[in-house]
Design a protein around this ligand. Structure first.
Ligand code: ADP
Ligand code: MG
Length: 255
């Protein structure tokens, strides 16, 4: 397999008890690509992102991220579960941004950003601070480095969350509806940071209902319905000229 494939899902399945949530997801994301995932609520989008990030174990199929099988090590024909330490090492290559920013409330913006590099990567404090300030600058928040989350707007908090994820120097960034919890006037500033990141060549998987963003930034779109990829293609095709009735119905509801 080409090392330029960052995410490859082949017939990925996942159930919670009797609930079949992912029913054979197939997709691929290459280095530097932005894939947007759209689809109705409850269709398994978050579950799939959580599988990519080792937060859920898949039941069937194959999921390969950054060149390794997620959750397992393959030796010949046999699969062995990865030990926790190996899972942490894999996960440190993946940044994830959630709908609710999940910042540490008792830490300033800068402290939030430098925590991972210092604790997980063993970066020295001075270096971490220098890099952290540069990242906050990059998301337009250099002037808020010493502010606490409670004193920041939702849009600012989400930009700190993005800076915090980037501080780990991930090879892949996952976004799960990063603007869904924001007041409408704050959505743009977060999307702008994500657009810059995409332009810088970051590989991104973005679950979003922001069709303008998807159309402008995505290299590919997948429409997930009932735990399957119902339709996939270029943005102009999937958003502009969808093949499937259910894609059409979904788009006319969100647009
Ligand atoms: P989406 O992000 O597309 O809205 P989700 O992946 O969050 O969908 O959820 C898909 C379905 O899986 C939902 O019906 C949800 O209730 C269910 N689900 C998600 N996580 C769990 C869990 N840990 N246990 C049981 N059911 C879950
Ligand atoms: Mg979700």
């Amino acid at each position: 397999m080409s090392t330029d494939v960052i995410v490859r899902a082949e017939q990925v399945t996942k159930s919670f008890g009797d609930l079949h949530i992912l029913n054979g997801i197939d997709l691929q994301v290459s280095r530097g690509e932005v894939l947007c995932i759209i689809g109705p609520s409850g269709s398994g989008k978050s579950t799939f992102l959580r599988c990519i990030n080792h937060l859920e174990k898949i039941d069937g199929g194959r999921l390969i991220v950054n060149g390794s099988l997620v959750g397992y090590r393959e030796v010949g024909e046999k699969l062995y579960e990865l030990p926790d330490r190996a899972v942490c090492a894999e996960r440190s290559n993946i940044g994830m941004v959630f709908q609710h920013f999940n910042l540490f409330a008792h830490m300033t913006a800068l402290e939030n950003v430098i925590e991972g590099p210092i604790q997980v990567k063993g970066v020295g404090k001075k270096t971490a601070i220098k890099q952290g300030l540069a990242l906050l600058e990059r998301v337009g928040l250099g002037h808020r480095a010493h502010a606490y989350p409670r004193s920041m707007s939702g849009g600012q908090q989400q930009r700190v969350a993005i800076a915090r994820a980037l501080a780990m120097e991930p090879k892949l960034m996952l976004f799960d509806e990063p603007t869904s919890a924001l007041d409408p006037e704050l959505v743009g500033e977060v999307l702008d940071v994500m657009k810059d990141l995409a332009r810088s060549g970051m590989t991104m998987v973005v679950v979003t209902h922001e069709m303008g963003f998807a159309r402008e930034v995505a290299d590919g779109i997948v429409f997930i319905d009932q735990g399957r990829v119902l339709e996939a293609g270029l943005p102009e095709q999937v958003l502009g000229n969808p093949r499937e009735e259910r894609t059409k119905a979904f788009l006319s509801a969100v647009l």
